[in-house]
Design a protein around this ligand. Structure first.
Ligand code: ADP
Length: 253
């Protein structure tokens, strides 16, 4: 992973639900290529912050910049097309479709080839071949070539996780947000899933909400700690581990 210029920036981002302020003037800056984890107690505003970045929720105030452009008012699908991918706790997979069909469907959903539309009318096979090649590349990347024609529902647990990552990858993201991808998993499954994310999404910038602090400490480049809608601390795992405020508010002293 090589860390580069700023890919994501929030400027005094505020979200209110009625009188309640869920995120309070959040200034978050994420560098390209970074593995950033967001931690904090329940209700700290982590998921709300993610929803503001993906466009699932409109901001009350402030702005979100991605690749240097103001995306604050763009729709979620427009943000996906710009390169913001998201993996949900709830699965993105269609169980009745095959592995290959799931990947293909996700590839098509971004419709990056819109500007080639006229061309594609005259050369439809080219477009078809391109889509198949892309699907094959992703299947290889996630190691599911051999089960490409199996129904997603029939996959063992670990392969399902691989497919979910493949579905995200198929939207060609630059930045991927994971909101507790390991919820409900055993320690071993959690470790394997996060390592898989790191391995497959090596070219992407990653934003992760994760409860397993040990894992967060082990894998993150930087950690942002939220508390009551505000950034309480930010830094490398070593800096966070040594931060007295964080220990008081979150790690329990
Ligand atoms: P976290 O992900 O850190 O657990 P959330 O972002 O889910 O925190 O929630 C932050 C706070 O905002 C919580 O107190 C939660 O009850 C409140 N909240 C979240 N979504 C809504 C909503 N749609 N309406 C009202 N309050 C909400």
């Amino acid at each position: 992973r090589t860390v580069g210029e700023t890919i994501l920036e929030t400027d005094n981002l505020v979200k209110k639900f009625g009188q309640f302020t869920a995120t309070d003037r959040i200034n978050l800056t994420v560098e390209r290529g970074e593995f950033r984890s967001i931690i904090g107690p329940n209700g700290a505003g982590k998921t709300t912050l993610f929803n503001l970045i993906t466009g699932a929720l409109p901001a009350t105030d402030g702005a979100v910049y991605f690749d240097g452009e103001d995306i604050t008012t763009l729709s979620p699908s427009e943000r996906v097309r710009r390169g913001i991918g998201r993996s949900f706790q709830i699965s993105n997979i269609f169980g009745g479709l095959t592995v290959r069909e799931n990947i293909r469907l996700a590839s098509q959903s971004i419709d990056r080839d819109r500007y080639n539309f006229v061309e594609s009318l005259f050369k439809p096979t080219d477009r078809y071949d391109q889509m198949n090649e892309r699907t094959d590349r992703i299947l290889e990347r996630i190691g599911l070539e051999d089960v490409a024609d199996e129904t997603a529902d029939a996959l063992p647990y670990g392969d399902k996780r691989r497919l979910e990552i493949g579905v995200v990858l198929a939207t060609e993201p630059e930045l991927v947000l994971f909101d507790e991808p390991t919820a409900g998993m055993s320690v071993e499954e959690t470790q394997a899933t996060i390592e898989l994310i790191e391995e497959v999404l090596v070219d992407q910038t990653l934003l992760l909400i994760e409860h397993d602090i040990e894992l967060v400490m082990e894998l993150s480049d930087r950690i942002t700690v939220l508390n009551r809608g505000e950034i309480l601390a930010e830094g490398t795992p070593d800096e966070i581990a040594a931060d007295g405020d964080v220990q008081d508010a979150y790690l329990g002293g």
